[in-house]
Design a protein around this ligand. Structure first.
Ligand SMILES: *Cc1c(COP(=O)(O)O)cnc(C)c1O
Length: 427
């Protein structure tokens, strides 16, 4: 694709875009009476216009029938969560019995670690990326301490080489090999929240299995963003939130994946609750936990219906758009953004923006992380004043993520134009 730094080019790309009408399904935040350039779908996805209707339906059914809604609501609440595996399995590349919607992300990470991080004297290490998302770091640290081990010795972080920002797959694999049979679990973000690097989950999974360890992933920045094939890659477990690329609202209900070879093993240790209990006999309320032999066997509580209604509003849109088309458009948007940032640097006369996201296309999703080499905070503040909603990460990184469901090529073009004029003020 030959990109051009012109409004006409962006406009023509939008006209050709088979997904262009999806933008109208979302509320776009406003700035001085105009649409913002909303590039923070990686942090909080926008609200589908239909979400209110989905939530209102549950409120109405609750108002109209009270407890009877568990059975008689238009979408009965008792099995409400069963709506999701069909839709989510297409987004994460799994079988339907391998996914479940429940809780929030960090809760699910802990629950899965309870099952898959069971350290022994010989095998107790967690291998992860350096600078994992803080919540994940705290989960790892406290799980390790809970089992009586020392995080400093037990958590092995893979760091980039000197003067590099991304991790090389070969380096990840060699750290896994080096620690060999002392590795209990390899646990990476699917897409690193800071650099935007999409790791090679398949290669990491194979390397983990070769040393007899489990492979798990936090897909907060990957679900709904990049193409995933969790089942075929043999990934043991994964979890994600629904409020980033999955547009299901702040603090929305999260998801989990457990490979069927583990999910079917009802003896696998876990922290259980009544919603994970065999359905046929759940309401006999008997002693002795009997797990559902699917990912549902990890559920604890009955479903948060209002939050799930918002989730459904969004996943129905994903169903219509389809991951394939979303991925195709995402690549074009992201490449165009990269092209325009390169153009800004060239026009400025020296590099002022360093892209720390890998340039290799298969290692990127929606997000580009721009390391600002000069006047970063001032430039960011000016972008905000001009109606760009981006995200600032200390010490000097601006993260931007055009998402294919509601961002346009025009958004990307306008962003490039605003960045271009703004940086020139800081010459
Ligand atoms: C966003 C994000 C979280 C947030 O966790 P919550 O439990 O939803 O608050 C955790 N981990 C990663 C990798 C994230 O990107």
């Amino acid at each position: 694709m030959e990109y051009q730094n012109s409004w006409e080019f962006a406009k023509s790309m939008d006209e050709k875009d088979p997904l262009k009408d999806f933008r109208n399904r979302f509320f776009i935040p406003q700035h001085n009476g105009k649409d913002c350039i909303y590039f923070t779908g990686n942090s909080l996805g926008l609200q589908p216009k239909k979400t209110a209707q989905y939530v209102q339906q549950e409120l109405d059914d609750w108002a109209g029938m009270g407890v009877e809604g568990h059975f008689r609501a238009r979408n009965p609440w008792l099995p409400y969560h069963e709506i999701f595996p069909k839709q989510l399995s297409k987004i994460v590349g799994s079988k339907e019995n391998e996914v479940v919607v429940m809780n929030s992300l960090t809760v699910n990470l802990h629950l899965l670690m309870v099952s898959f991080y069971r350290p022994s004297k010989q095998r107790n290490k967690i291998i992860c990326e350096a600078k994992a998302f803080p919540s994940d770091q705290y989960a790892f640290e406290t799980q390790v301490k809970y089992h009586g081990y020392d995080p400093a010795e037990t958590i092995i972080e893979v760091s980039p080489r000197e003067r590099e920002y991304g991790l090389r797959t070969e380096d990840i694999v060699s750290v896994i090999k080096e620690h060999g049979d002392s590795v209990a679990v390899v646990l990476f973000g699917g897409v690193n929240y800071y650099t935007g690097q999409f790791f090679d989950l398949k290669a990491i999974t194979i390397a983990a299995h070769e040393v007899g360890a489990y492979a798990g992933f936090d897909l907060a920045h990957a679900a709904g963003n990049v193409e995933l094939n969790l089942h075929d890659w043999g990934v043991d477990f994964a979890c994600w939130c629904s409020y980033k690329y999955l547009n299901s609202g702040p603090g929305g209900v999260a998801g989990a994946y457990i490979h069927e070879k583990h999910a079917a093993d009802t003896e696998l240790p876990r922290f259980a609750g009544w919603w994970g209990y065999t359905k046929a006999t759940r309401f006999k309320m008997k002693k002795g936990f009997e797990a559902i032999p699917t990912a549902e066997g990890w559920q604890l509580s009955n479903a948060p219906i209002l939050s799930m209604a918002a989730h459904k509003a969004s996943l129905d849109i994903f169903d219509e758009a389809g991951m394939k088309r979303l991925v195709t458009k995402r690549k074009l948007l992201n490449d165009y953004l990269l092209f325009l940032v390169d153009h800004c640097n060239a026009a400025f006369g020296q590099k002022i923006i360093e892209i720390i996201t890998p340039r290799n296309e298969i290692e990127r999703g929606c997000q580009l992380s721009m390391l600002m080499l000069k006047s970063g905070q001032e430039i960011f503040d000016e972008l905000t004043r001009q109606g760009v909603i981006a995200d600032w990460r200390e010490p000097n990184v601006i993260r931007v993520a055009p998402v294919p469901l509601y961002n346009s090529f025009e958004d990307v073009y306008r962003f490039g134009e605003i960045v271009g004029t703004t940086i020139n003020r800081f010459k």
